[in-house]
Structure formats: C-alpha cells, structure tokens
Design a protein around this ligand. Structure first.
Ligand SMILES: Cc1cc2nc3c(=O)[nH]c(=O)nc-3n(C[C@H](O)[C@H](O)[C@H](O)COP(=O)(O)OP(=O)(O)OC[C@H]3O[C@@H](n4cnc5c(N)ncnc54)[C@H](O)[C@@H]3O)c2cc1C
Length: 466
C-alpha cells in the first residue's frame, strides 16, 4: 500500500503499546560483545598498573621529587597504553567491528583522546617538577637537563607537540572551524607522534630499562598495534579492492539534492554487505582522492552491483554527481549494525530524513521482501528533495507517508508525539529504525519514548562520526 504526501494531523489517537515486548536477541548479543571489548581494554589497563606497581622501587614517595617522578612515570605508561587502545579501536579489526560497530568505536576513540592528552601532559609536567625538586633547578634548566641526560627525549618532545596539536584540533570549537580534510590529515600525524614518543619509553622509562619482561610486553603491545593497523587498514583493503575491482557504473540524479551512484565489481557477495550497512568509499578521481567518506548501501546488494545514494551536504558529497563511469573505487567495509536482523517484531516503522533515505530504502526493500508489515515516514525539506520516492512507492507491502516541508511552513512538527500517533496509530507495536539529521532523529526518538516504544525497539543510524 502507498500513501501520498500527508496532511497535518489534528488529533491524538494514543498508542497501542505492545503488552508483551520481546527482547531483541541481536541487540542483547551486541551489548554483551561490546561489554567484552571494554572488559579486554580494562584488563590491559590493570595489567599496566601492575607492571608499574611491581617494578616501582620501594619507598617511591620518600621525597616529593621522587613521588612526582613515580606518578609521572605511571601517567606516561597509562597514556602509552591508552594511545595503543585508541589506535586499535579504529584499526578496522573485524572482531571489534562486529562486536561494537565502527560508529561506536569512533566515539570511544574520541572519548579516550581527552584522557590520553591529560595523561601525557601530567607525565611531562610531573617529570619536570620531580626533576626540579631533586636537582634544585628551574623548569627551563630541568628541560635541558632531561634533554641532555636521557636518550630520545628530543624526539619524544616533538611527538608530544604533535599529540597536543592533534588533541587541540579535535576540541569542539577548533574542529568546527577546520575542514574535515585538514582535521583528518592532522590526525594522521598521530602515527608519527606515537613512533617518536615510543623510543624514549624503552630507553628512558625506569619501568622498562631495568625490566626485560616489561620491555618485551611493551614492545609486543606496540608491534601488535602497528601490525593490526598495517593489516586491516592497508593490506586487507588493498587486496579486497584488487579482488573486487569496484568502479562507477553510472550516476543517477534522484532529486534536486541527492544522486545515486551504481557501482559495479566482481565477487561482491564475498564482502557480505547487507541492506543498512555503510562502507568507506574513496573515489579515485579529482576532488575525491584525499579522504574516504562513509555512505550507506541504498539497495539490497546484487551479485555484481552496489548502490549508494548521496545527498549534497558538503564539498565532497556535492561533487559525487559529477563522477564519471569507470572511475575506480576503494571501498572498506561493510560496517554498522543498522540491519534488518536487529528487528524482532514483525511490524516495522521506518523514519527517514534527508540523506538518511539511502539506508532506509534498502531496509524497506529487504524487510518487505521478508513479509514484514512496514510503514515509512519520510521527512524532507521540500517535495523536490524527496529522493527515491517513486521506487519506494512501487515497493509491494510498503506504506509510504511522505512529509515534505519545513516545520515553520507546515505549522507543526510531523515527528511530534501527536503527529506520530496520528500517522501510525499502532506505533507502540512497531520496531523503529531512524536515519536522518541528528536533530530530526532526536525528536523522533523522544516522541517514540513518550509513546511508550521501549528503547530496545528503537534503532538509530547517525550520519556523522565526528
Ligand atoms: C555511518 C554513516 C553513513 C552515512 N551514509 C550516508 C548516505 O547514505 N548518504 C549520504 O548522503 N550521506 C551519508 N553519510 C554522511 C556523509 O558521510 C557526509 O555527508 C559526507 O562525508 C560529507 O562530506 P563532505 O566533504 O561533502 O562534507 P563536509 O562539509 O566536509 O562535512 C560535512 C559533515 O560530514 C562529516 N564528514 C566529512 N567527511 C567525512 C568522512 N570522511 N568521514 C566521516 N565524516 C565525515 C564532517 O565531519 C561534517 O560533520 C553517512 C555518514 C555516516 C557516518
């Protein structure tokens, strides 16, 4: 069934909450796996604390200077460990990806960043203060004493400056003023910073110089991290790209705002891409080469074809419509858990806004084909922004309620509690998948919660990882 463009709701019909909501098994498994990853990281953290404790000489706090140095060493070791954890989280390790999901891993990576910078600053500060107290020197003198007395301190200092620059570039206020590309390439220098600061840890760190077991464990941690990055960020994607030979087949304008890119390749079924997954795409063409961008699959994948639908949101996405057939494409992934197997109810409500229609369209296709009862609420800025509408309206078993227009012009919010209850009277019995701009998704989720849809039946895909 298909509905046309909807009119304003006038009454609150209430909801028909599911009296016996079942817990979603994939949701529970995902939560369990995500806890497991956090537990592994916490065990590593405890291991570092033990390394420090076991190897710290008796009476570390005999004088204030010694106390400052001992705590400084600890801060440095924890910072060194958490940097590896941060890198491992975004190294595209398949087990982490399937357990947690790339979007969440990116969030954890970002949240750890503040702690890492704090620990690095604490380490540097306390090593200088400790030295000042022990040597009775001034801060500047102490810096020169440290530079002259220990190997690799100069490289460590350069690495620390790089870490600070990366940390500063990620602060919200600065990040908002930088283009994604500038921020990204600055971020890549973190690898150099890690290498530069690593050397002094083994050659000057008291917990490593005299303890071969600690040295070996630390070396393994860093070598393991480097191997993971090399394997899953470079070798595997390059081999996959060669095997799949993905290239642009054609570009189709879907609305005044969005274009679909059809990609052709070989052995695509081996990738295991599902409707609702996203991949990181790097188009080998002018204006596209420098960064990989995340886009969701907008059609159930076929043997040799994939499709993405891209809204013109910024400089890169606006150029997508000019891609030429034959352009070679590097695609990493698939990533994400916004897939039909998350749903444990037969009745589904899909809510899409703007560029969010891509993954929602693929989900609608897969879910209706599986015989689910699916309603789609489709928000867009205007009628001409409704991409893929004809395709959606021709899907058997899908009820499309198109809701174009700005809230200001409409005079109401089509995703308010009253409006949702009006358009989808049995909303309480449905499992909901939301994808669109953050403000829209938050509004929809808050209305759904007011309508007693349990949180475990609400799935959201963010269109931003920054
Ligand atoms: C999981 C996921 C799925 C997505 N699926 C789709 C989709 O199907 N269709 C669609 O139109 N859009 C999708 N997006 C959004 C799309 O990735 C961005 O709109 C696009 O990268 C913007 O790039 P730009 O250079 O045009 O814009 P900019 O103006 O440079 O950036 C706009 C916003 O996108 C973010 N961004 C830019 N480049 C990247 C990048 N390489 N990686 C992560 N974030 C970036 C920026 O931080 C900024 O918030 C998705 C995003 C995510 C995270």
């Amino acid at each position: 069934m298909t509905a046309g463009t909807a009119s304003a709701p006038t009454l609150h019909l209430g909801t028909n909450a599911d009296p016996h909501p079942r817990r979603s098994q994939p949701g529970r498994t995902a939560r369990l796996r995500s806890r497991l990853v956090r537990a592994v990281l916490a065990i590593g953290f405890t291991g570092v604390l033990l390394m420090w404790w076991m190897d710290t000489p008796a009476g570390p706090a005999a004088t204030p200077g010694q106390l400052a140095n001992t705590i400084g060493e600890l801060a440095g070791m924890l910072g060194g460990y958490l940097v590896c954890a941060q890198v491992l989280l975004i190294a595209r390790i398949p087990w982490f990806e399937s357990a947690v999901g790339l979007d969440k891993l990116v969030r954890w990576h970002r949240n750890l960043g503040t702690t890492v910078i704090f620990l690095i600053l604490t380490h540097v500060g306390l090593m200088i203060v400790g030295g000042m107290l022990l040597d009775h020197s001034t801060p500047w003198n102490e810096v020169f004493i440290l530079l002259g007395s220990y190997p690799d301190i100069l490289t460590a200092l350069i690495g620390t400056a790089l870490f600070l620059a990366v940390g500063l570039s990620s602060a919200r206020l600065v990040r908002m003023r930088l283009s994604y590309e500038t921020w990204y390439w600055l971020h890549v220098t973190t690898y150099a910073a890690i290498f530069l600061t690593f050397l002094h840890q083994l050659s000057a760190g008291v917990n490593f110089v005299s303890n071969p077991v600690n040295r070996l464990l630390w070396l393994l941690l860093y070598l393991g991290t480097a191997s993971a990055v090399l394997t899953w960020r470079f070798v595997v994607p390059a081999a996959t790209a060669w095997r799949n030979r993905l290239s642009v087949d054609r570009v189709v304008m879907e609305s005044s705002f969005a274009a679909s890119v059809w990609l052709r390749g070989r052995n695509l079924e081996e990738l295991g891409v599902r409707a609702g997954n996203f991949m990181l795409f790097r188009f080998i063409g002018w204006g596209h080469l420098l960064t990989a961008h995340p886009y969701s699959i907008s059609r159930v994948p076929q043997a040799d074809m994939l499709r993405i639908t891209v809204g013109a949101l910024g400089d890169h996405s606006s150029l997508i419509r000019w891609l030429r057939p034959g352009t070679f494409v590097f695609a990493e992934g698939p990533f994400g858990h916004f897939t039909a197997d998350r749903a444990s109810r037969r009745r589904i409500l899909l809510i899409a806004g703007g560029a969010g229609i891509g993954p929602i369209c693929a989900l609608a296709e897969e879910m209706t084909a599986a015989g689910r009862d699916v309603v789609l609420l489709y928000r867009a800025r205007s009628q001409s922004h409704l991409a893929l509408l004809a395709e959606l309206q021709s899907m058997p078993g899908l009820t499309v309620i198109a809701l174009p227009g700005r809230r200001w012009d409409l005079g109401y919010d089509p995703l308010s509690e009253d409006a949702l209850a009006y358009y989808v009277p049995d909303v309480g019995r449905r499992e909901v998948f939301i994808c669109g701009p953050e403000a829209m998704a938050l509004q929809a989720e808050s209305s759904l919660r007011s309508l007693h849809v349990p949180g475990e039946f609400i799935h959201r895909e963010e269109l931003s990882m920054s």
